[in-house]
Design a protein around this ligand. Structure first.
Ligand code: ADP
Ligand code: MG
Length: 429
């Protein structure tokens, strides 16, 4: 809601925000408020819009609708310097293109004070040192950033974000995660920052249990919408989470802390035993994310492609360690990638075609399904291809018709697909 009610007490507010990328709306009608000093964690499945929310909060993406306020001021109206002094951002992964030492990297955090390199005063150098002490990287100050472990790198990135003494820290936790000790250490540092220095924290987390353990409040995202905003106890509900994550989850109380703990399919270690059945998924544009997760959970080995690099399916596949035939970003599928995918199909027990839109660039992927049928392997194809066919000559629709004639089975929801897989392949030896 627009209006000036209690603006000054909020560190961050989203007022009915819709935002996304060119031609790709992601966030839809998102509204919430974060009070100064709160520790809030954003959770939700891959592709649900967590990172997009963070980019919108930092002003990197402008809302198409609605308004984002930082400490009562419209983010869009803040000058870069003001923004940098209010927000400390810890990116998903900090890539250092050149060889810099840790203290140099941390000093980059001073960037917006407008001084040229090497001209920092002693007050600034003090704050660099303080940030490094706080994040426990002072011992590493002369080491090369690129040569540090992931956990050390994240601590250095945190120090860089802290140098400006921001009023809110925003972090996007990497998917390629840290091992448990490292993430615990980073979280401990964040808790100290939050409790001792009253810096507001907004943490995007893929780890429900850590989020529930540490945050005052959780924001649960699904498909670009904020579906739940509440205390860990309110958000960590079996039914809600199982539905949002598309798999069966259990919630119980931690015997020591009393906080809710999720167990179940999210954890790789708890996946069903391997079936030694391999499925190749033809997807793209986010249509495969749910499938990858679900099939892996069900114990299938999964391969995917051809996908374009940077496609959200390609990223999801990478996060789940799913082998993937990849083409350059935004390029039509070429021979090499196609042959790689063909090899994957030849090693698979069947092919699943997701509800991916087809254009001239990727319609060739349907030939992979035809290959599979010729080899006597089952193909499960998402129905309604005609509505997703953007080829000029309706090539995808025609190819789908041929696939149907040759025995491809159609499915229209993930539940239906799972039932069919169960029947057609899982129990077949
Ligand atoms: P999450 O962080 O929850 O995994 P994201 O916010 O990264 O989700 O992505 C939400 C949706 O926006 C996904 O469908 C993703 O493919 C899409 N998306 C992310 N970044 C871009 C981008 N730079 N351009 C276009 N679409 C994007
Ligand atoms: Mg993300």
């Amino acid at each position: 809601m627009p209006g000036s009610r209690e603006m000054s007490t909020n560190a961050l507010s989203f007022r009915n925000v819709s935002a996304g990328y060119r031609n790709r709306p992601v966030l839809r009608g998102v509204g919430f408020e974060i009070g100064e000093g709160e520790f809030v964690s954003v959770i939700g499945p891959n592709g649900s819009g967590k990172s997009t929310m963070l980019k919108t909060a930092t002003g990197l993406i402008r809302p198409d609708e609605g308004r984002v306020e930082l400490f009562g001021r419209d983010v869009a109206s803040l000058k870069p310097r003001e923004r940098a002094s209010l927000i400390g951002v810890v990116p998903q992964k900090l890539d250092s293109p050149m060889a810099f030492t840790v203290s140099e990297i941390v000093m980059f955090g001073l960037g917006s004070t407008g001084r040229p390199w090497g001209m920092h005063g002693s007050k600034e150098l003090d704050s660099v040192e303080r940030a490094m002490i706080y994040t426990n990287v002072l011992d590493l100050k002369d080491r090369m950033f690129n040569e540090l472990s992931a956990g050390e790198q994240q601590r250095a990135a945190l120090a860089m974000a802290l140098v400006q003494e921001p009023r809110i820290i925003m972090l996007d936790e990497s998917i390629a995660h840290l091992d448990i000790n490292h993430s615990q250490e980073v979280l401990r540092i964040l808790m100290n920052i939050n409790r001792e220095r009253r810096i507001t924290v907004l943490l995007v987390s893929h780890d429900l249990n850590l989020a529930a353990q540490i945050a005052d409040r959780l924001l649960l995202m699904e498909n670009g919408r904020l579906v739940m905003n509440g205390s860990p106890g309110e958000v960590m509900q079996e039914e809600l989470l199982s539905s949002v994550y598309g798999c069966e989850l259990r919630v119980r109380r931690d015997p020591f802390g009393g906080h809710p703990v999720v167990t179940g399919a999210l954890d790789t270690a708890l996946r069903r035993p391997a079936l030694r059945k391999r499925l190749h998924v033809i997807g793209g544009g986010g249509s495969g994310i749910e499938l990858f997760r679900r099939l892996s959970i069900e114990g299938f080995e999964v391969s995917a492609g051809v996908l374009n690099q940077l496609d959200s399916d390609a990223e999801a596949a990478r996060a789940l360690d799913i082998p993937c035939a990849l083409e350059q970003p935004f390029s039509a599928i070429g021979n090499e990638a196609f042959e790689e995918a063909r090899l994957m199909v030849s090693e698979a027990d069947g092919v699943v075609v997701s509800a991916v839109p087809f254009g001239s660039g990727n319609v060739v992927n349907l030939e992979l399904a035809a290959d599979a049928l010729r080899a006597g392997k089952p193909v499960w194809m998402a129905s309604g291809i005609a509505a997703r066919d953007y080829t000029v000559d309706k090539a995808a629709t025609l190819a789908a018709e041929r696939l149907r004639n040759d025995g491809a089975v159609e499915w229209s929801g993930i539940h239906e697909l799972m039932t069919r897989l169960e029947r057609d392949i899982k129990n077949r030896q």
